[in-house]
Design a protein around this ligand. Structure first.
Ligand code: KIV
Length: 304
């Protein structure tokens, strides 16, 4: 039974995680919660996969976390293809899901399919896109083109301008009802899983209870079928305070800055490199190069 939820429990040997195996992960069916984490390059994908996650998300949050942009609106299809290909080169056992960037699925269904295909060719096993009812024609076309789609509802960062900032969504009954309707519609259109971001826990619990596909929460409480965080938030690699929903498991940014400061101090004090950190030549080489080096010395020492 390769697709049964118990077939991919973390205490069993890991094979490649497939879309059907992931789609079968509803907690009420006795499956373990899904673990998803972002990665944007080969080294981070290797680390994330070694940690045993189920899904590596090549998020468009690469914009804020790696490329120095203030929001995700600046990321292009070319950016996402490059980062997806880098992640795929780590050959993770986890399913690689690539974010479709802003404007890559808004102009026409044909353009959306072509852009999603570029991400699949770069190594994605599925794509993720943000939004509700307005996205149904694109989701249906992608599914017809054999491209698995993960939906994304709630606080959708690509909607930062109309939302007027990054705000918790579906806080009133009308908002919650329209999110629930959109979740059902995306599921009916063929999404195999749904990210729920920045919504009250009760709304996420209701969506999770009603949908036959797994929900993966970020800032959506504990009742989803899985959880996702951003690599840089989890490891303390970002700048500034992290949002309320983040649990930081390390402070690698501080550790890295301390290591760099120690290196700078060692270079400036002459402590680095030591003899053991230096390649040595033969006596003949030392003699020959020593002559050349001493001939250069006056030039190096000349005042500028
Ligand atoms: O791009 C991203 O990191 C995401 C997660 C926040 C779900 O979409």
């Amino acid at each position: 039974m390769p697709n049964s939820p118990t077939a991919i429990r973390s205490d069993q040997p890991r094979g490649p995680v497939t879309v059907p195996a992931l789609a079968a992960r509803k907690r009420r069916a006795g499956a373990e919660p899904i673990v998803m984490l972002t990665a944007y390059d080969e080294p981070s994908a290797r680390i994330v996969d070694a940690g045993g996650v189920d899904v590596v998300l090549v998020g468009d949050s690469v914009a804020n976390n790696v490329l120095g942009y203030p929001d995700t609106l600046h990321v292009t299809v070319d950016d996402m293809v490059r980062h997806t290909a880098a992640v795929a080169r780590a050959r993770p056992a986890a399913l690689v899901v690539a974010d479709m960037p802003w404007m890559s699925y808004h102009l026409s269904v044909e353009a959306a399919v072509s852009n999603a295909a570029a991400l699949v060719r770069a190594g994605a096993g599925a794509v993720k896109l943000e939004g509700g009812i307005a996205r149904l024609p694109v989701v249906e076309a992608l599914v017809r083109a054999e491209i698995p789609v993960m939906g994304h509802l709630g606080l959708t960062p690509q909607s930062v301008l109309p939302m007027g900032g990054y705000r918790v969504q579906a806080r009133d009954p009308d908002g919650a009802r329209s999110l629930l309707d959109a979740a059902h519609a995306l599921c009916d259109a063929g999404c195999f899983a749904l990210v729920l971001e920045g919504i009250p826990d009760v709304v996420a619990a209701r969506v999770t209870e009603e949908l036959p596909i797994p929900t993966i929460g970020i800032g959506a409480g504990p009742h989803c079928d899985g959880q996702v965080l951003v690599f840089h938030d989890l490891l303390g690699l970002g700048a500034g305070p992290v949002p309320k929903f983040v649990r930081q498991y390390a402070r690698l940014g501080e550790a890295a800055a301390a290591a760099v400061a120690a290196f700078a101090a060692d270079v400036r004090s002459g402590d680095f490199p030591k003899d053991a950190e230096t390649y040595h030549g033969s006596a003949e080489l030392d003699q020959g190069i020593g002559t050349a080096a001493s001939a250069m010395a006056p030039v190096r020492d000349a005042p500028v």
